[in-house]
Every structure is written in C-alpha cells, then in structure tokens.
Write a protein of this length. Structure first.
Lengths: 926, 285
C-alpha cells in the first residue's frame, strides 16, 4: 500500500472494481484474480467481451491465465525487472503520454545534485548506511532542488525539518511506517515542502525534461539497462514477450484509451513489495493511466475488510485515518510538535491538526480540552517495531504473557508457522475467538511438531464467534467502499460477535480500574465507551434479539463519522452529525473517530453505507459509500486535461464547467470543487490554496504524481531489481547487491535463511491460493462442501522436475526449506515449467497454503517452510518466494491426525420456520 | 367406421404407449420452456455453482478424494452432484489452454430418461424441464442406462434416481436456479430457452469477430441426430475435451426395430410351433 501512497498520495486502490469493464487492456501481475477474487473477475471479462486485451504475467499458469489473451511465465520475485523492462520500453520508444507526464507528474522537477543512482553506486542509492542497513535520504540528496527543506538542511547542516525539529539520525528503519507510507504525505526526510508547479522560487523545474537531474532523465537513466533481452535473462521469459506486453499497454493508453494494472498479495508479500507496486505506479503515470475511467492501479485485497482494518487500523503504528502513532523518539511530545512534525504546510495534510484534535475529542470526550492538549499524553508512544513478525519472535523467547486472536490463525497462516506456534506455546494465556477450533486454538494438543499437551503451559480460552449474518456491521472492501450488513438472526448458543467481546471486556476493565488515581489508568477510565442500544434490538422478523450486552455498532459508525459539539440535531436533540471532513475543526468543537470516513453517517437514520440504490450513473454513487467523500475514482482531476477539458469523449469522467464555475461529471471530484483549472497559487500559500488548478494529487505537497519519490518509501526513490532474500541465482543487474539493502532479518535457530544460492536448495517455491479454500483454512476446512472440491494438500510441479526426482503424479513428495519440511501429494502439471535464467535451468513449484492440522481435511502447513524476514516499510514478510529441495516419498514421523467424521452435520433436513416453501430443504434424501 | 385421422393419431401416439407418459412432452420452442446456457469461454472454474447447488438442494458431500484430474475432484455428475465443473489442461510450450465448463443435466427436449421411466416418475414440468419425482421412482435404474450423457444416477442413500431439477422449487417462487444465481461471470445463464439461443448465437458471432473462430454451440439445435437440449453449451474445443458425446445415442430409436424384431421372433416361433404342433396333431390318431 505505501507503494501506491508514494506514487499517488493514498495507499488504496485508485478505481472501483466495476471500472475494470471500462479498460482497454488489463495487466494482471502478482494477482490470480479469477481464483482469489472470482466475483470481481466478471468486470475484466466484460471488458474482454468488448474487445479489451487481458494479460497475465505470473510464475504459474492459473485459472486467471486461462481466461487471458496473453500469458507470460516469469520467475517468482523478478517482477521489478519485468516492470522495469516495460518502463524502459515506454521511455526508449517515447510512448509515454507526454502532456499528462509533463503536467501531472514530477517529471520536470529537478532533484538535488548530491543524489546518486544505483547505476552509479553498484546497486544502492546515495545516503546508504551499510551498518544500520538503511537510507538517510537527507544525506543522499533525495530532495528537490530549491525546496525549503533542502535550504534549511544546507544552512543548519543537520537533517532539518521545516518546523525546526531535528530528525532522528538512525533507527528510522526500526518501526514500520504505514502512516507516512500509506498517504505518502508526511515524511521525515527533506522532501518538497512547496507546490513545485507554479511557485516562483519553489522547487526548480525544467519543462523541457532535458536537465540531467530532472526526475524524467533520472528515471530514463535508472532503467536504461532494463532492455527486453536483459529482462528476459532475469525473468526467464523471452524478450519478445516483454515487447509484446509493452506494446499492448502502449497501444491501449493515451487520450482515447486506458489500461489498468491489477495486483494482490503476489506483489505485496516480498521484501521488495512496496517497490514493485511503485514500479506499477510509475508505469501508469507515464502512460497517463491514473484517475481516468478504466485507468489506474487496482490493489486487490487479501481478506474481507482488510482495507477497513488499515483505515481504522489494527496496526500498531497508526491512528485512525493514516495518522502516525506518536513515537517516543520523534518529537511527538506534545500535540503541536506532533502536528508540526507529521503535518504538511501544503496540500490536504495541512489539516492534520483538525483530524487529530477531533480524534482526541471522539476518544476522550469532555476530558480532552485545549488546556490539557486534548489529553495527547494519554496516547501510548511506540519505541520500536511491534508488528507481527518481531512480536512473535519475542513471544517465542517468552517475552509476551498473553495474546488475543480474533479472526486470525498464525499457527497455520503466519510466515514460518513453526516459529509462530513456538510463540503461542510460550504464552501464559491465549484467547481465541473464531467459528471453529482452529489450528491456533488446538496447537497445544494437535500440532504434529509440538510436545505432548501436558508440556504446553499456555492456557487457551476459546470464544465461539458469530458469523456475518448473525451480527450487523460494515465491510470496507478493496475499492474503499463501505457496505453495511444487517443482522438476520441471533447467533446460536454461546456465539457472540467480536464487538460483543471487545465492548464487554472494555466495560469490565473500566469497572476494575474505577476510582484509580494513577496517571497511567486515566486514559482507560476516560475513554468514551457507551454504545448501548437506545431501545432493545429486534431481528428483521420483529422478534426481540435474545443476546444481552451486544453493543449498537451503528453508534460506533456515528462516532467514526463525527459530530459537532456545539450544534444539535433539531429532530433528535442529539449532537449534530458531520456531513464530511470539511466540517472538522481544530478548536475542540468537533469529534471524529476517523476523518477519512467522515460523511458516511451524515444524519441520524441516514447510514450511507446501507445505501443500495441502483442508478444510471456509471459510478453507482448510491450503492454503499466510498471514502474519501464518496469519490469512486481517486485523483479524477487527471481525467481532464490541464485546461479542464476531458482528454477525449470516450474517457471523460470529470471536467470544468465554466458556467457553473465548478468541476462536474458522474463522480465526486477528488479536488477542490470550485478551484478553476487555471488557478495558480501565490508563493506563500498554504493548505489547499497551495495546490494549483492543474495539480491532481491533492495529498501530495506538490500536487503531482511522483515518478521520483523523495519519500516516503524507505528503500529508495526508484524501484530497483533485487533478488528475493532466498534465490538460486545472483543479481544480474547489480552483482554486488543481491538482495534489497534495507531488508530486515530476524535470524535464529527457528528461522534460518539461505542467503546465497546453494545446491542444497536449488528449487524456487511460491505459495498460492485456491478458489475452493480461504486463507489457512479456518473458515473453509470445516465445511464438507468446500473440502470435497479440494480435499488434500498438494504441491504443483513441472513434469521435468518430477521426472528428475522420480516423483509420480498423485504420489507423495517432500519439500524441504531451511525452516522445515512438509509432505504433500504431487500435482504434476504442464502449467508449471522450468525457466532458463542466466544460463541455468530454474525449477519452480507452487504450494497452496490452505491446510493445517485442524479441520475436516488436514494436511501439511505450507507456512512451516516460509521465512521470517521483513521489508523496511511495512514489515511485510516474503511468503511468496523461498528456496527449497524437492524429493519423492514421505516424511518420517507421525502424520497429522485424519478426522473420519465430518465436523459439520450437513445436510440439515430440519424445516426452517416461517420460510417460503422454495427456501426449505427438500429433504428427499432420507 | 373409425375415421382415418383418428387412426393416424393413434399410430403417432404408439411410441408413447409404453411406457406410459404421465405428462405431455412440451413443444421445444414454447415461450414458457426454461433452460440453461452455459458459456465455457466465461467459466473460471470457481465451482460456486457446485456449492450453491449442494447448499440449496441440501445434498451431502460425496467424499474427500484427491483425484489428480487437474482441479477436478468431483469427477462426474451423480445422484448427489448436480453440477460438475470439468477441467482439462491443454498446455503446449508456446500456448496454454485450460478448458473449464460446468456440466449439468441437459434437460433434453426428448429425454431418454423420461422415455424409459416405467413408473412415470420422470415428467416434464410446467417449465419444460425434465423432473424426477422421487416418491414415485421405484429405483429400477432404466433411466441411468438410458441417459447418453451419464447425468442421472441412483442414490445409494435412498435408492431413488436423482438429478438436477433446474431448481423447480426456486422457479415456482420466481427465482432463478441457485447455480446461475451464484455464477460470478455469467458463464451460467438461465432464462426462456428461445431467448437464450438468440443470445448465445450473438455471443458466438461476437467471438468469431474477435478471432476466436473455434467457438460454437453444442445442443442449441440438435447434436447429430439427437434433439435439442434445454441446457446447451458454448464450447471452444472438441466436445470430447469436455466429456460430451459428439453423437449421443437416442435409445428410443431402437424401440421400433426391437419391437419389430420381437414381433418377428414371436411370429416365427408361432409359425414353428404351429408347424411342429400341427404336424404332431395331424400325426396323432
């Protein structure tokens, strides 16, 4: 997600899935959309029916490849090389959308003289500190020439910040950085502070794009060696295939045509994931495929509502709405310092204080006042990386006492699952809330690698969870769309919603601490925590709900939406709900739980996430509600030319209406609605006034899409090909720098890494998903109807590899990685093929990660093989690629227990009360 | 005297005289005849149709066997499997094809299962689909051998024959069948068969224009000399690749010759008997 943030300003899919139908060309890469997102795949197929070309670039021939017009097999982990080849093709053949690039990207901006490229330094950018394995952008000259930050940095001689706070010199890589990264705005580096487009005396520009230090020329130089031949050598494909894909993309871009790039966890789960996505962003900016119908980058999310859980984060380093969590060592001591540090003077982040103050008012109510800095001190400070990977490493070392798992299964789904299970075994207590007794709930007795149950000290508490139809709430899906679902019936037995557990736990904790005068307890005691139903809740059939203590989650959404603390709603007498984030104030007169969601609940009884109205508007604005402000295509100012006219009739979405003096079109403008296209900001302008009328990326301080990213990605301003942490070949482009120089390692006896190519592990492995199962299986492996479709753990391999190792189709094989070994059935298929890479044959295998030891079908845990390494931006592991050895046969030792009876008593034949005949089970199979 | 017209009518009804037909066979082109159009070029092999079918019709899982037939662990249609997604990998070094199609009862316009049913359990319902009434079925299994597509099967649980009902129960409530409802890519479409045929022909034309010259319809009109199917397919390869017969045999065709042969044998036996016993009678005193 920071990959998108660094390029465009927000870390979310730019368009909506239905918009894929408007594309003229769709490139699927790092995504197996037909299998992992089958419902959304109807839209690319609709585009294909109109004549659009679908391209799949993937290590395996999948059900997505089967539907595409072009399939290119590449080696796992060579994505940046391939995308670099496409960028190089566009630039060398001058196929970029010249007007778009000049006006809407930072192509013309001139970068500081000190900046050195990987081409100059043999695989690292300037500013690299090999000891700390991280970059110091200010030292490396990653900033813009003429920017304020650059000037101050020079004068002060330190890595100065425009607000005058000194930067931490080292250790910037020690925390994750979702906040900065996702929105791409605030940054701790010397980076543009001024609107570069039009401000005299602002950043230096060269409109001819000829200056050797302008972003465009730097980009050209950086990718000059990524020729089709070199790329083919790295990726294991043919040079003609690179050219073919590039040609198709070029032919389907420009004024009249648009193309989309679709990715998913096939890109994110790499140590270079952020940079792969950055490369896609650069390519789309060059081709003019951003903010336009059918043009953008679609990030297909890997779980239900995972977009929602970064918006209202479950991440340790974020506050709601992509505000960074205050840190102990970053000059976040008081609120104003924090705002000065993390806000930006220009662009939309100039409003940071409004967001933070409203958030504190939402959380602490009347206890938060201007005099006490809105209780800023009550927020916990982070002092290091508390993300999942290092946290579980600490857990395995016995440093963590207790843990809550709600809807997560690290014992099967965590990278290096063996280490995750070791972590769980070293807890004192564990709470698991799930539908079934998952691998994580049963690890103490069923894990094949564990000691006997009496040797595990962890006390496990299991809470049966309610399913989606048994509770109300909202999902935020891949296209930032909030969709509310009502409760259809009460959950059975002791099952309760997750919200029930959290709400009642909070109430009990508040009661336990009641009366405490200790300073550390005050934030808990004063936390607003009242979500009681006004009237007893009823089910849709009119009967009262029998569940006691359930919170009214629509009140939670109202709190997230925000309300005024001075005005009241005339019809209810309650505080007036806000109609959007434009109403937020920094003087403590508004409360808002997440500024980007403001507007979803604009009035009592008006939950816009619940809207289900179909209209003839192609963007369907009345179906659910999308953040920000119901804009369905972000950066849609790009769909008009700098003068505000559509690029073409066919691809029009938003345009300037001179008569009405505003932006009009089917979508909500992602732009100040009445800023005319020819507006040029005065030199001292701040906030949104500093964004020119032709600067579409309003979250960026200069309003432009970033070809060269002065921040916020911690691993460089340009994507560069590095080999995965484990690879059977060296780095052809930078032989002295095989892996990404900023990768973080957590090595130990439970997490060994094969750093160099070794004959011990010559095969490349890639994990993948099947349509028939979901994640590590806690929701699907307990259902017979799904299990019968994919009943056993298997591994896909090519006939060539199988013949070499004496493995028979359908027989057993063993896969061994430096972390562990698993056995599985062999699926020998021509859908996998050996590749020629740098003169040697590389075999690849595909491993589905859906099995574990709990459930109706059991099998080896694929994640026992994957490693614990982390990318520097978001602590993402590299589950998608590692090295291994494959042999025929089975493992010694006990195989996982094989259940004999179905867990779920299907089919049911009991009559469903008050239900029409057609919905009744036929029950004829007695 | 019986008029000639009545005699010809009786003659025309003779093939229907045995086994007895409890319901009239609908006109295949009637407006109310409903059916499926399954477009293999849009099938992504997600198997949502299989799960939706089992869930709606409350059919049990049939076992947890890893077959190794590509991603097909369902293997075939049966008494408890009314939708089956077939997979066929055809991968060459320079081009890959992975054929997928969701197979189902063909709801034939002239259905051998219905023709062979001695109890009248199998009928055409008001939507023109072939429907098994399990409470009447005596489990004889004639339909199982009669079906040239291997669709209908006898259940080992209750002994009756079962197959796709075209979600008769849903249709009576104005809903489309569960599989069509759940299909994310509209590979399975449900509707009046006349409209579906029109839509399918347009789709084939469109595919031909886009250079996919192999696309054709299977069963929209007739397959060889077998009548049209109310559940027809758009395919892009030889029917064999999808486990479909090129020329499905029509067992009823054998009925007249076999009756004739039977009568002839009977007549011959009678003649022989008459001859033998006649001689014996004559020889007797």
């Amino acid at each position: 997600m920071p990959g998108l943030g660094a390029s465009f300003g927000r870390g979310a899919a730019t368009n909506y899935q239905q918009d894929l139908a408007n594309s003229d060309c769709v490139l699927f890469m790092g995504s197996n959309m037909a299998e992992a997102h089958p419902v959304g795949f109807r839209w690319p197929l609709k585009a294909q029916a109109r004549g659009a070309k679908l391209i799949h670039v993937d290590p395996r021939f999948t059900r997505t490849s089967a539907m595409c017009d072009v399939f290119v097999p590449i080696r796992v982990g060579s994505d940046i090389a391939f995308l670099g080849g496409l960028i190089n093709y566009v630039l060398t053949h001058e196929r970029h959308f010249a007007e778009f690039v000049l006006a809407y990207t930072n192509a013309a901006t001139i970068v500081e003289d000190e900046f050195r490229d990987t081409e100059d330094l043999g695989g690292v950018f300037s500013g690299y500190d090999p000891k700390g394995r991280e970059y110091e952008p200010a030292k490396g000259g990653w900033g813009y020439q003429g920017s304020e930050a650059e000037g101050k940095a020079r004068k002060g001689g330190t890595t100065a910040h425009p607000t005058g706070y000194r930067q931490r010199k080292a250790g910037g890589g020690s925390h994750g950085m979702h906040g900065y990264g996702l929105m791409g705005g605030a940054s701790s580096h010397g980076q543009p502070r001024k609107n570069a487009t039009d401000v005299p005396g602002g950043c230096h520009r060269d409109e001819t794009l000829q200056h050797p230090k302008c972003a465009f020329q730097l980009l050209k130089k950086h990718y000059a060696r990524y020729t089709p031949e070199a790329v083919a050598e790295v990726c294991g494909c043919a040079p003609e295939q690179v050219v073919r894909v590039a040609e198709l993309l070029c032919q389907n871009s420009g004024r009249d045509r648009t193309g989309m790039i679709v990715y998913a966890v096939g890109w994110t789960q790499h140590t270079t994931g952020v940079q792969i996505i950055r490369a896609a962003g650069i390519l789309q900016l060059l081709l003019g495929n951003v903010g336009r119908p059918g043009g953008g980058v679609m990030a297909m999310r890997g779980h239900a509502s995972i977009q929602g859980s970064t918006d209202i984060p479950t991440l340790y380093d974020l506050l709601p709405g992509y505000l960074p969590q205050p840190a102990a060592d970053k000059g976040h001591e008081n609120l104003d310092e924090y705002v000065g540090h993390e806000g930006l003077p220009t662009g939309y982040w100039a409003n940071t204080k409004k967001f933070v103050v409203s958030l504190m008012k939402a959380w602490y109510g009347e206890a938060a006042t201007a005099r006490n800095h809105y209780r800023w001190k009550w927020l916990p400070r982070i002092d290091r990386d508390y993300s999942q990977l290092p946290f579980f490493r600490d857990m395995a070392q016995g440093k963590v006492k207790g843990y809550f798992l709600l809807g997560q299964n690290p014992a099967g789904g965590g990278p290096n699952a063996g280490l995750h299970r070791e972590g769980l075994r070293n807890l004192d207590w564990l709470v698991v809330m799930d539908w079934f007794l998952t691998d994580s709930a049963n690890f103490w007795k069923d894990a094949p690698d564990g000691p006997p149950p009496q040797g595990v000290k962890t006390e496990v508490f299991f809470f049966p969870a309610a399913a989606a139809p048994e509770k109300e709430g909202s999902f935020t899906n891949t296209q930032r769309l909030l969709q509310w679902h009502d409760k259809a019936l009460d959950p059975p037995g002791d099952c309760r919603s997750d919200a029930w557990l959290v709400y009642n736990l909070g109430k009990k904790l508040k009661a336990l601490y009641r009366g405490s005068r200790k300073a550390k307890d005050q934030s808990l005691l004063h936390l607003t925590w009242d979500y009681e139903f006004d009237e007893p809740p009823h089910l849709p059939d009119g009967t009262p709900s029998l569940i006691a203590g359930e919170p009214d989650v629509s009140k939670v959404l109202q709190e997230i939406n925000g309300h005024s603390l001075t005005e009241t709603d005339p019809s209810t007498g309650k505080p007036k709900l806000l109609s959007g984030f434009a109403e937020l104030k920094d003087d403590g007169t508004t409360a808002c739980g997440c500024w980007i969601y403001s507007g979803v609940f604009p009035a009592y009884g008006r939950n816009r996430a619940r809207d289900r109205e179909r209209t003839d508007n192609p963007v369907e604005p009345d179906w659910g509600w999308a953040w920000p402000h119901n804009r369905r295509v972000m950066y849609n100012r790009c769909s008009a030319d700098p003068d505000g006219k559509p690029w073409s009739e066919r691809k029009k979405l938003l345009w300037w209406d001179e008569q009405q003096h505003k932006w009009v079109g089917p979508d909500q403008p992602d732009f100040p609605p009445d800023t005319p296209p020819h507006y040029r900001p005065p030199p001292d302008a701040t906030g949104m006034d500093a964004i020119g009328g032709a600067a579409p990326f309003i979250m960026k301080p200069d309003g432009l899409g970033w070809l060269f990213a002065p921040g916020p990605a911690k691993d460089g301003p340009f994507p560069t090909h590095y080999e995965p942490v484990e690879s059977p070949v060296g780095n052809l482009f930078y032989p002295r720098q095989p892996d990404s120089p900023t990768t973080r390692y957590f090595e130990g006896p439970l997490n060994r890494i094969a750093h160099r190519p070794t004959p011990e592990y010559p095969v490349v492995a890639c994990t993948f998903r099947l349509t028939e199962h979901y994640l590590s299986g806690p929701m699907s492996r307990f259902n017979s109807w799904l299990n019968e479709l994919q009943p056993e753990m298997f591994v896909e391999l090519s006939p060539e590899l199988a013949a070499d190792r004496g493995i028979e189709h359908g027989g057993w094989l063993v896969v061994r990685s430096p972390r562990g070994a698993i056995e599985a059935r062999a699926m020998v298929t021509r859908r996998l093929r050996p590749l020629r890479v740098q003169g040697q044959t590389v075999h690849q295998i595909g491993i589905p990660f859906h099995w574990g030891y709990a459930g109706e079908t059991v099998g080896a845990v694929a994640n026992d093989l994957t490693s614990l390494v982390a990318d520097p931006n978001v602590s993402m592991h590299e589950g998608k690629v590692f090295v291994c050895q494959v042999t025929a046969g089975r493992l010694d030792g006990p195989a996982p227990r094989r259940p004999t009876e179905p867990f779920a008593p299907w089919p049911t034949r009991a009559a469903v009360p008050d239900t029409p005949r057609a919905a009744q089970p036929e029950g004829h199979l007695t | 005297m019986i008029p000639l017209a009545v005699l010809t009518d009786i003659a025309a009804e003779l093939p229907n005289a045995f086994p007895p037909r409890r319901t009239p066979v609908p006109d295949a082109d009637a407006d109310e005849v409903m059916g499926f159009f399954t477009d293999a070029t849009l099938c992504i092999g997600c198997k949502a149709c299989e799960v939706a079918c089992k869930q709606w019709n409350q059919l049990p899982a049939d076992g947890l066997e890893f077959t190794g037939y590509s991603y097909d662990n369902t293997k075939h249609l049966g008494a408890t499997t009314w939708r089956h997604v077939a997979f066929k990998e055809k991968i060459t070094p320079d081009f890959g094809k992975w054929l997928m199609v969701s197979d189902v009862c063909k709801h034939c316009a002239a259905a051998p299962c219905q023709q062979s049913c001695p109890t009248g359990s199998i009928v055409y319902n008001e939507f023109g689909s072939v429907y098994v009434q399990p409470d009447i079925c005596n489990g004889c299994g004639y339909c199982v051998v009669a079906c040239p597509f291997g669709v209908i099967d006898r259940s080992m649980i209750d002994g009756h024959a079962h197959k796709c009902t075209l979600c008769f129960d849903r249709q009576t409530e104005g809903m489309e069948p569960a599989c069509a409802k759940s299909c994310p890519t509209d590979s399975i479409q449900f509707g009046p068969i006349k409209q579906l045929r029109e839509r399918a022909r347009e789709r084939v034309e469109r595919l031909h224009e886009q250079g996919r010259a192999d696309a054709y319809l299977y069963g929209a009109d007739s397959v060889g000399d077998y009548g049209p199917l109310h559940s027809f397919f758009l395919l892009e390869d030889h029917p064999h690749e999808y486990n479909l017969p090129v020329a499905p045999p029509q067992p009823l065709r054998n009925q007249a010759p076999r009756y004739a042969a039977g009568l002839a044998v009977g007549a011959a036996l009678a003649a022989v008997a008459a001859f033998v016993f006649g001689r014996a009678a004559r020889a007797a005193p």
